[in-house]
Design a protein around this ligand. Structure first.
Ligand SMILES: N[C@@H](CCC(=O)N[C@@H](CS)C(=O)NCC(=O)O)C(=O)O
Length: 203
């Protein structure tokens, strides 16, 4: 199977970490959707990455659908619990972390526009989402070793990708100083090879 993605995409990183944690082989096809020559819309009408292309040419998107497929496709190192209650908790963590990432992306896109074209209200609204989501992530993690349950799972992967993306696009937020428990989690995650191997280039 092929993963159409980009090295700096946080949603693609989540999928790459899941693939590595589950030891699933794949071909990594780099195709940033912002490039003029991108072929992403041929695989996903929404023009977004990541897209997983299966061996029979079925295409899967978005990242949440892909990770669910991958977790069910291989029994190795299950990342989404079977138990309904715990499963919903994990998916909620993922929604919170991904939603925080969505808002970071929105701030970045708007801030890259010419200063006279930027909508300050929109930026503040998105920044509010980032700030509240991070606070909620920190409070809900508390002093627990992992986000949800007793073991590492998809919730930790999703939160780790969001924190990594904050380092890349919103370093001035200094989340490590604001939330030492998130730093502790991030340090623990950074020691896992799938996280180390997918660290984003600083571009
Ligand atoms: N909810 C989607 C978000 C995917 C997404 O927004 N990807 C970005 C790259 S990080 C993208 O492809 N943006 C191009 C665009 O929106 O046109 C997922 O989880 O896969």
């Amino acid at each position: 199977m092929k993963l159409i993605a980009a090295p700096t995409s946080p949603y693609s990183r989540k999928v790459r970490i899941v693939l590595a944690e589950k030891r699933i082989d794949y071909e990594f096809v780099i195709d940033p959707p912002g490039d003029a020559a991108t072929r992403v819309p041929e695989f996903n009408p929404l023009g977004k990455i990541p897209v997983l292309v299966l061996d029979d040419d079925t295409t899967l998107f978005d990242s949440r659908v892909i990770v669910e497929y991958l977790d069910l496709a291989s029994p190795v190192g299950r990342l989404i619990p079977d138990d309904t209650r715990h499963r919903i908790q994990v998916r909620r963590w993922e929604a919170l972390a991904d939603g925080c990432t969505d808002a970071v992306v929105a701030v970045m896109v708007e801030s890259r526009r010419a200063p006279d074209k930027q909508n300050g209200e929109w930026i503040a609204r998105q920044q509010g989402k980032v700030d509240r989501a991070l606070k909620a992530i920190s409070e809900e993690l508390g002093s627990k070793p992992w986000c949800s349950g007793d073991h590492f799972n998809l919730s930790d992967i999703a939160v780790g990708c969001t924190l990594g993306y904050l380092d890349l696009r919103m370093a001035s937020l200094n989340w490590r100083k604001l939330y030492p428990n998130l730093e502790k989690l991030a340090d623990k995650l950074a020691r896992r090879a799938p996280f180390k191997d997918t660290e984003s280039p600083k571009t």
